[in-house]
Design a protein. Structure first.
Length: 154
């Protein structure tokens, strides 16, 4: 068989490994979010020190590059006053006849199942800068959201 038709190895047919995408825009974080990022970097550095498998090390280093980038680009937001919806506040609102409560945080701190959404999420963007009693537009409706309460996240 001709050398031109032989594969050198199976590596050339594997899926490429891409970097973890960085969310667009500024990397605004709360003090809690900055601490979480620092903790994540330290955790991954410790994990890498204990690894011996080259493939696992490569994956862990990719994760580390992401978190180190997030750490150096983090912009700490000022402590919110609680008078309006800002990053670092929990807002209680009525939407579609149901009362809900969400914390507005940075991208890497977001945990929708835990009630924390990123400031860049559409609902959070609609709520930003609102005050108690405001009625806001969302999803094409003029009076979709009524802001009931705003508190600073502890």
């Amino acid at each position: 068989m001709s050398v031109a038709f032989r594969r050198e190895g199976d590596e050339e047919h594997l899926e490429p490994k891409f970097e973890i995408p960085i969310p667009p825009g500024p990397n605004w974080v709360t003090a809690r979010g900055a601490a979480l990022i620092r903790s994540r970097v330290a955790e991954i550095e410790a994990r890498i020190a204990g690894l011996s498998d080259e493939a696992e090390i490569k994956i862990a280093k990719r994760d580390l590059r992401y978190w180190q980038t997030r750490e150096v680009t983090a912009e700490l937001v000022a402590e919110p006053s609680g008078g309006k919806v800002e990053i670092g506040t929990r807002v209680t609102f009525r939407m579609g006849g149901k009362e809900r409560s969400l914390g507005i945080v940075g991208d890497d701190e977001a945990d929708p199942a835990g009630g924390l959404v990123s400031y860049s999420a559409p609902l959070a963007r609609a709520l930003m800068q609102a005050e108690v009693g405001d009625v806001l537009e969302f999803g094409g409706k003029d009076d979709a959201i009524e802001v009931l309460e705003i508190a600073v996240i502890a």
